[in-house]
Design a protein around this ligand. Structure first.
Ligand SMILES: Cc1cc2nc3c(=O)[nH]c(=O)nc-3n(C[C@H](O)[C@H](O)[C@H](O)COP(=O)(O)OP(=O)(O)OC[C@H]3O[C@@H](n4cnc5c(N)ncnc54)[C@H](O)[C@@H]3O)c2cc1C
Length: 431
């Protein structure tokens, strides 16, 4: 039995792993399994795609139809975002919402209702889903399409795979005039300026900032803010991939707090072009250029802590989190701050209008109680944690952040989904 983990390499469990190529094969596995979890490409960080028995869509990766005129794509759930971009970009189309890696399956993108650097403008991935087919635990396949049974849509988009196996999806792509973006970078001196610039740039389609979590108190919240738009020039060619891979786990001490502080200082001091034309791969998926970068955190793995807080409290909440990190001597290198727009429609979708911050911490025995202290701040300001990154939040933290949880749970109970589809996360959170 393979030992399987999400992208954070924590936790990992022995798994009876099933793969399928056809709907018939999927159906017989779904019908026979007393309890199962669905898996895409395991790019969720924690335990949302883990259980002792798993059905993985990796081999279920086909394109049924792509209309080059309307940008409508029909494909199976195992197809990766990168696979889609590899053929649609040359026809002038792009996915409206992409996460920070293109190694995510369409099924995983819907199940987590992923957001990109443009959530403040375009919302989540599910906004661009036209229809999907879902296999229920009794083998029945139901089709959802826009204006149909809204509850099914609200429960499935962001529902972390707990309503059924997403089989195939029709998605609306968006037109682009080039595979390149004009990127602008601004360096700020502290949190107030960071928030001001992020607010001033809210009209720019793609906006993200890297925040220095090791900055000394008077520079707390200093950041490098990047904004970008696709450029209007078809003369640029479709870019080629550049990639190398981390061959094996690095020793845990490589990402010790002193190293991270030094890396943060270097990254902040690194000169960066204020304006640059950059290809979509480098802009949207810089981490994909380093295969297995998750191994730099060592065999024990790491936890990504991502939260969102409502706009009216976001500056004070993030200040308090950054201060708490200093106090706890917790340092993160990949610290990503994003503007988030209105709440997605999914009952368990993560974004809400405000600010989201994602932080990476190497796993250690004393990390979990420290994260609970961060939870208190997030919940205290009306925020919540992202299920796709989570492996440890308590039921009370979850319930405080997700007000539709009861509706979601009842939906599962009424349709025979509960107990038949479970992840380690759904069991822990009582979903
Ligand atoms: C480097 C990196 C950057 C990231 N950046 C972002 C980001 O910017 N924004 C963001 O929102 N997320 C981001 N993520 C998280 C990632 O987009 C989500 O976790 C996504 O769900 C992973 O998809 P997957 O195919 O790997 O699915 P998995 O990780 O295998 O599964 C994730 C969830 O989807 C369910 N699922 C998967 N396939 C199906 C299916 N066919 N039917 C039903 N349920 C299914 C699983 O049960 C599980 O609950 C990032 C992850 C990484 C590693």
């Amino acid at each position: 039995m393979p030992r399987i983990s999400g992208w954070g390499n924590y936790p990992s469990i022995d798994t009876n792993l099933e793969l399928f190529d056809t709907i018939e094969q999927a159906k017989s596995i779904v019908l026979e399994a007393p309890e199962i979890v669905y898996q895409g490409n395991l790019r969720s960080y924690g335990d949302s795609a883990l259980n002792e028995r798993a059905l993985n869509t990796r081999n279920f990766s086909y394109v049924f139809d792509f209309d080059k005129k309307s940008g409508i794509l029909h494909a199976t759930s195992g197809l990766l975002i990168g696979d889609i971009l590899s053929f649609v970009v040359e026809y002038g189309w792009f996915l409206a919402v992409v996460p920070g890696t293109k190694l995510v399956s369409i099924g995983g993108a819907i199940a987590a209702d992923v957001h990109g650097k443009n959530h403040h403008i375009d919302g989540g991935f599910s906004n661009f889903v036209v229809s999907f087919n879902l296999m229920l635990p009794n083998g029945e396949i139901i089709n959802w399409s826009k204006h149909d049974n809204e509850d099914l849509f609200y429960a499935t988009c962001g529902g972390m795979g707990l309503t059924g196996l997403i089989l195939d999806v029709v998605i609306q792509l968006v037109p682009i005039d080039s595979a390149y973006l004009q990127r602008k970078t601004i360096v700020t001196k502290g949190l107030e300026e960071t928030f001001q610039v992020m607010e001033d740039l809210r009209g720019t389609r793609f906006l993200v900032s890297w925040i220095d979590t090791s900055a000394e108190p008077k520079k707390i919240g200093r950041a490098k803010i990047t904004s970008a738009e696709f450029i209007n020039d078809s003369n640029y060619n479709v870019p080629r991939n550049r990639a190398f891979s981390i061959p094996s786990y690095l020793p845990g001490f490589c990402m010790a707090s002193q190293t991270i502080r030094a890396m943060n200082a270097c990254y902040f001091a690194l000169p960066i072009a204020r304006e640059k034309v950059i290809d979509f791969d480098r802009f949207f998926f810089p981490l994909d250029a380093i295969g297995n970068w998750n191994k730099v955190y060592g065999r024990k793995g790491f936890i990504q802590y991502q939260f969102v807080v409502p706009k009216k409290h976001s500056e004070i909440a993030i200040k308090r989190i950054l201060e708490k990190l200093r106090e706890l001597k917790l340092y993160s290198f990949l610290s990503v701050l994003k503007n988030t727009g209105k709440c997605n429609k999914g009952w368990l979708s993560f974004p809400m209008e405000g600010m989201s911050l994602a932080l990476d911490f190497q796993y250690s025995d004393d990390l979990l109680p420290k994260l609970e202290l961060l939870d208190e701040i997030v919940i205290g300001y009306g925020g919540r944690l992202y299920l796709a990154k989570d492996c440890r939040m308590s039921q009370s933290t979850f319930k405080a952040g997700y007000r539709h949880y009861e509706k979601f749970k009842n939906f599962r109970i009424d349709r025979g989904m509960k107990a038949r589809i479970e992840s380690k996360q759904s069991i822990r959170l009582g979903l």
